[in-house]
Ligand binder design. Structure first.
Ligand SMILES: NC(=O)c1ccc[n+]([C@@H]2O[C@H](COP(=O)([O-])OP(=O)(O)OC[C@H]3O[C@@H](n4cnc5c(N)ncnc54)[C@H](O)[C@@H]3O)[C@@H](O)[C@H]2O)c1
Length: 286
């Protein structure tokens, strides 16, 4: 008997990257997975990947910036399986559209604020709104919201992302309090830099930059999608049944290190490796 046999899971942004790995992990452990994503081609590849390993997956074209799509995602899944146990709210176009929301309060266009907040924050409110009545009928469930180290630490030029990701942590805590009595646990994960399929293509053009970037991390590496999928799997499992409202940092220690020591270490690294191209993926490259 597998951990999630007979369970039904929805993963938004489940075609690739963190969501892709999470969909594969939950399916490997027995869940029937709905991949709710805008990218049809990548989603179908992930569905095939899961099915060829003996798992169950279905693609549903979904744009989480659109309210009717989110309602349809929940209705479709409930009609198909008559239950929903897990909702992983992860979609955001790190590779294909993050640059649209870059900027500060002065420079960000109002329509880009609205778009960014709709995907980063409003989608999580709407997904929860529609899934909770169904999870209540099942006697519970687990919701995992994708936050970020940007929920905790701030960067110039990232107003919309930081605001949206901070909201993820706040909503997660509020929802955990609200729905705990119904057996519904709500947690978040705050990943550090995760080299998804898309980010790998960018870093492959700048290997010395990746090494410099990795040196920032106490564990001296950046993450891979499976690092986060393992956290998603754990938070959805029975082993986490007393954990709710928590934001789990999976960041190789990035957010707990003293900044002065970090600056010295990076300075020494560049002195020792003078050919380093220090600049990480730019907005344009993403
Ligand atoms: N990669 C990182 O370093 C990192 C770090 C911290 C947090 N995160 C968060 O993790 C999540 C996934 O990031 P990733 O790196 O795997 O991204 P990615 O770009 O590799 O994959 C995102 C997926 O979401 C889908 N998507 C984009 N917009 C959508 C929409 N409107 N509706 C439905 N699907 C949509 C894309 O098609 C894609 O399949 C995001 O919430 C991101 O903010 C990523």
């Amino acid at each position: 008997m597998k951990q999630f046999d007979r369970k039904v899971a929805i993963v938004t942004g489940g075609a690739q990257g963190i969501g892709g790995a999470s969909a594969r992990k939950l399916a490997l452990n027995g869940a029937n997975v709905i991949i709710a994503d805008i990218d049809e081609e990548a989603s179908k590849k992930n569905v095939e990947n899961i099915q060829s390993s003996g798992g169950s997956a279905t693609f549903l074209k979904t744009d989480v910036s659109k309210s009717p799509d989110i309602k349809n995602m929940i209705d479709f899944t409930y009609e198909k399986f008559n239950r929903i146990d897990i909702l992983v709210q992860n979609a955001f176009p790190v590779i294909s559209g993050a640059s649209r929301v870059y900027g500060d309060a002065v420079s960000v266009k109002e329509e880009d604020w609205d778009y960014g907040i709709s995907v980063l924050a409003k989608a999580i409110y709407l997904g929860t709104k529609h899934v909770v009545p169904i999870m209540k009928k099942n006697d519970g469930g687990s919701i995992v919201n994708m936050a970020s180290v940007h929920s905790i630490l701030q960067e110039p030029g990232m107003l919309v992302y930081e605001a949206g990701k901070a909201a993820v942590v706040g909503m997660t805590r509020q929802m955990a309090i609200e729905y705990g009595p119904y057996g519904i646990r709500v947690n978040a994960i705050a990943p550090g830099h995760i080299v998804s399929e898309g980010l790998k293509k960018v870093w492959d053009k700048n290997p010395s930059g990746l090494k410099f970037f990795e040196n920032q991390y106490p564990v001296r590496r950046t993450g891979i999608p499976d690092d986060i999928a393992n956290g998603v799997n754990f938070l959805c499992s029975q082993e986490a049944s007393f954990i709710t409202g928590h934001t789990l940092a999976i960041d190789g220690g990035l957010t707990i290190q003293l900044q002065e020591q970090f600056g010295l270490r990076q300075g020494r690294y560049v002195l020792d490796n003078p050919d380093t191209n220090m600049f990480g993926p730019s907005a344009e490259e993403k």
